[in-house]
Design a protein around this ligand. Sequence first.
Ligand code: SF4
Ligand code: SF4
Length: 242
Amino acid sequence: MSTPYDTCALCPRLCRHACPVATVWEPGAPSAIAEVLRDGALGRVDASLAQLAALACTDCGACQEACAIDRPVPELLRKFVPKVEVPTQLPPIAGTASEVAVCSGDRRWAEAFAAQTGRAVASWTPPANWHETDSKTFGELFSGRTAIVADGEDARALRGAGVVVVWLGDALGWVTEASCSSGRPALACCGGRGPLRDAHPEPAAALAQLWWARSGGQTLADARCRRALGRQDVVDQLLAGT
Ligand code: SF4
Ligand code: SF4
C-alpha cells in the first residue's frame, strides 16, 4: 500500500541541508518526519506519534524549494497538525487612546506601560488563536490606531491587516528591537516559533540560539524568542519595574 509520504521517506535526505530544524535536530529532517508519517498512515505507529513528528516543522517551505521534484512537504505535514480552535468573535479594545497595548498571552502590561511613559494607552486582550480569524475583522477593530506589540505573531497578523505596529521596546524608548522573525518571511525565521516551539521546545530553543549566533546578535526577535534564548524580554523588564 502506498502513502503520500513514501517518496520523502525513501529519499536519501536530499533536502536535509535546507531544513532549519534538521540543522539542530536530526529527527526533524523532512525525510525523517516522512518516515514516521508513512508508518502512521500504515498504522504501524500510534497517530499521536505521527502528529508529534509533523509538529517538528516550522512550515518554512525550504525543503520543497530544494527538492528536485517539488514534493509539497509542508502541505503533507499539515494534514497531521491538529486544527486550532478559532474564536468566533474578538473582544473590543478597552479605552479610547490612539495607542493600543496588545496584551496577548498571560501578561497584562498596559497599566505598567502607562505608568512608565505617562501616556494614555488603550489595551486589547485577544483570545488564543485570534490570528486565525479574518484579518478584515481585526483590521477594522484597530482602524486609525497604533498597535504596540511584544509578540511577533501579533505583529505579523496586525501588519498583514494594514495596522500600524510599533514594538514595545521602541514605544518605551528603551531599545530598538530588530524586526521579529515572525514579521519577516517564514524562511528567515529562527524556527523558535510556531508548532515546533510548542511541541518541541528544546530543539526550538537550540534553533533560536543558532540563528542568534549566526546573525552576530542582530536578528532578535520577539518576546518568545527572547525566552527561548534565556534572555529577559521587554515585558518582563516593564513588569519588574512597577
Ligand atoms: S522533499 Fe524532495 S528532497 Fe526532500 S525528502 Fe522529499 S523527495 Fe527528498
Ligand atoms: S517546511 Fe521547513 S522546517 Fe518543515 S520540514 Fe521542510 S524545511 Fe524543514
